[in-house]
Design a protein. Structure first.
Length: 383
């Protein structure tokens, strides 16, 4: 972190902070838009994230300040608070509501947040803020939640308070991430394995398209609803709780019940993407990075053509990567509609890649993309 949060806290609140916490963001290596369909996903935590400094106050209020946003918010402790438009503080407030609802005695705390995850970039800045708050309060007030309870709580905040019908992947990834490991998470059972990410002669590049994710939330909820429609139709013929209970072969036996082309495309993406994650996990375990890269490209094409959550900016990045000799796989990561892509880039070509991609992207899109070489980081900690 390039700022001194302790010092900033003292400037903002005129007193010393009592504790500082860190929670990462995440990238998803593969398995997109299938967490809410009971699929297998493969995210990992990154070293970009959210820092949170806290200290008690005596006036039974919660105060929220951030070095990233101008808006400061103060709410009463011990009451359930309403959502406040699109205020960033809705995320910590939503978490606090959940704890109050559970009967936890939490009161009087000043918060200062700082994050270096680009906002709206699909790297889970919101899950990072939610888990940062939940983890810090749990630790500070000794509330006794286990990590999975914090994850489920943060998901409820997204779904019920913020209004995004997202799956559990992001909150799980930022809470359970470990250094140099990917999480292979079954979103139906919540069983997971940590697998070593040994990229050998490659690095993981993150390319932020800098395209704001307009309408992302409403389009996201629309995709969730389309999957539910597909599930309902399939249930006329077989009993299923989630689309990902079917592999591509079994899906082909029943897909005739879906006559609407769009719904069929959505379901086809989901089922095939889930199969790809199973193959990708095997490829990673056996060190077959070429195969992993091929699956990344296939994932992107499916998100582009069948699920329709990419866009010209993300496609420009992936198209460039496809033609660039020293990249073996690339795809959009996260919800899509803008945000970030990831690429497996051969070591030693970081500068060359950045230069040529920048020229290509500016010529095609008209503004710059940002390129980071990412490290796989670990979950929440008290510093
Ligand atoms: C967002 C959601 C996740 C997941 C991804 C797409 O990040 O929060 O639950 O659905 O999109 O894979």
């Amino acid at each position: 972190m390039n700022i001194n949060l302790e010092e900033k806290f003292a400037e903002q609140y005129d007193k010393k902070s009592d504790a500082i916490y860190f929670t990462p963001g995440r990238v998803n290596l593969i398995g997109e838009h299938i967490d809410y369909n009971g699929g297998l996903v493969m995210p990992c935590a990154i070293t970009l994230g959210t820092w949170l400094a806290i200290a008690p106050n005596n006036d039974h209020k919660f105060r929220f300040k951030s070095l990233n946003f101008e808006i400061e918010t103060t709410v009463e402790s011990n009451i359930l608070n309403e959502k406040d438009g699109s205020n960033w503080a809705n995320y910590p407030i939503g978490v606090i509501n959940e704890m109050i609802r559970d009967g936890k005695e939490i009161t009087g705390l000043d918060f200062l947040f700082y994050g270096n995850i680009p906002i709206g970039s699909g790297l889970s800045s919101s899950a990072s803020i939610e888990i940062a708050t939940a983890y810090a309060l749990n630790d500070y007030f000794n509330l006794g939640y286990d990590r999975l309870e914090l994850v489920k709580m943060a998901k409820r905040v997204e779904n019920d308070f913020i209004g995004l019908n997202s799956g559990i992947m992001d909150q799980f990834a930022v809470a359970f991430g470990e250094k140099n490991k990917a999480i292979v998470l079954d979103c139906e059972t919540l069983k997971y394995k940590l697998v070593d990410v040994d990229l050998g002669n490659y690095v993981l590049a993150i390319i932020n398209t800098n395209k704001p994710r307009e309408l992302a939330d409403s389009k996201y909820n629309e995709r969730v609803a389309e999957c539910q429609t597909a599930l309902k139709l399939l249930n006329e013929e077989i009993t299923l709780h989630y689309l990902c209970e079917l592999n591509a072969e079994k899906f082909a036996l029943h897909s005739h019940v879906i006559t609407d082309e769009t719904i069929l495309n959505r379901a086809t993406h989901v089922v095939k993407e889930n199969d790809r994650v199973h193959l990708a996990a095997k490829a990673l375990n056996s060190g077959n990075l070429e195969e992993f890269g091929r699956l990344m490209y296939a994932s992107h094409q499916s998100l582009r053509n069948l699920y329709e959550v990419s866009g010209k900016e993300l496609d420009a990045v992936v198209d460039f990567c496809t033609d660039y000799e020293h990249v073996i796989g690339a795809r959009m990561t996260g919800a899509g509609f803008g945000g970030c892509a990831i690429a497996l880039l051969e070591k030693g070509y970081e500068e060359d890649f950045a230069k040529y991609l920048t020229d290509y992207y500016v010529a095609k899109i008209g503004y710059h993309a940002a390129i980071y070489i990412s490290e796989i980081g670990s979950g929440p900690t008290k510093l």
